[in-house]
Design a binder for this molecule. Sequence first.
Ligand code: ADP
Ligand code: MG
Length: 380
Amino acid sequence: MIHSRLTQERYQRREDAAAKRYKRHVDAAAKLVIIAVIVLTGVGLWKTSDKRGQKLLAVVRHCTAVMGTDCSIAATVEPGRRAYAEKFLRRAEAALRNAEALLSTWLDDSELGRFNAAAADRHVPLPAESLHVLHTAHDAFMQTNGAFDVTCRPIIELWRTAPRRGAVPTRAELDRARTESNWDLIRLTDSGAVKLADTVRVDLGGIAKGYAIEQAADVLRRAELAGGLVEVGGDIVCFGRPPSGESWKVDIKDPFDAGRLARLRLPNGGAVCTSGNYARFSQLAGRRYSHIIDPRTGQPADVTHSATVVAADAVTADIWATALSVLGPAGFDLMPHGVEAMTVTGTKDDPKIHCTPGFRRLMKKPTMTTISTPRRYEEE
Ligand code: ADP
Ligand code: MG
C-alpha cells in the first residue's frame, strides 16, 4: 500500500515534470512559430499594451488564398471594441478580394483578361479602377525608364513556360514578344482602352498587390480605429497606432537565408513592399530564373536578390520594389522624394546591401554593413 502510494506520488511528480517540460516545449514551439511568422510575413509581434495610459488590443484576421498567398489584416482598438473592429476587418478582406478580381490578368473572365483576349482596334470598356491602375502603370513605365512595364506579359509567359518546354526562350522569341506587346500599342481612353495589335497583353502582377492592400487599408482608415495593418505575402500597409510601443515594426527577410535581414521602425506607418528572386522563380536545368523580367533585355532580373521600398502608399512601394529588382541601386536616383529603398545584390558570402540614407534611418539596429547610397539630390 505504502509502496503503491510512493509509486503513485513518484508517478505524479514525473507527470508534473513531464507536463512542465511539455509546456516549455509548447512555449518554445509557439515562439518559433511567432518568429517564423514575423520572418515570413514581416509583421511585428501582436500584444496588448498600455500606451499613454490607454490599453490597446490588436484584433487580427488571417485569410488564405488571396492573390495566391496568405494575408493578415489587423486593427488596433480599445478593449470592448473587438466586434466593431472585426466588422471592418471583414470589409477590408472583401476589398482585397474585390481588387484581386478586378486586376487579375490570369482569369480569362476578368475585365483585364477580356482586354488581353480582345482583338485589335476595338474599344474595350474598363471599370474606372482598372483604368486608373493602367494609367498609374504607364506613369511608372515613364518614371522607371521602362524598368517597370506591365506590357511585357508575352516575355513573362515565355519564361514561365520555359521549364515545361525544356528550353530557355531564344533571342528571336524574346524580340518577337517585345514587338508584339508594348505601350506604343495601347491607347487609353476615358472609359477603356484600345489595343493596336491582337498580341498586346498586360500583366498587373507587379502592381496588383500594392493596389489591393491600399484599398483594404482605406477601409480601415475610414473606420474609427486607433490603427490598422494589412499584409499580403509580405507587402504591408500600416497606419495609426501600433498595438505596442511607439512604432510599427516590420521585419525584412534575408534573401539568402531563413532569418531576418533588418527590422524597420515606422513611427508614422506607411507601406513596405519587397520584391525578390528568392521566393518565386522558374527552374530549368538546375538554374533558377527570377519571375521579374528586365523589359529592356527580356532576361530575368537576377542581379538584385531583393529590393524593399518604403513609401507613403503601397502602389508606389510595390512598383518601385519591382523596378529596383530590375535597376538595382542605380534606380535610387529615379525614385520620387519620400520613397526610400534598400537592395541586396552580391552573393550569400559577399552580400552588398545598398540603402538610401532615409531607409537606413528607419532601421532599428543596422545588423549588417550597409552601403549608404544617397541620391544625386540628397546629402547624407
Ligand atoms: P511579388 O509578386 O513577389 O511581390 P513583384 O511585386 O515584384 O513580386 O511582382 C512581380 C510580378 O510582376 C511578376 O510575377 C510578373 O507578373 C510581373 N512583372 C515581372 N517583371 C515585371 C516588370 N519588369 N515590370 C512590371 N511587372 C513585372
Ligand atoms: Mg510586389
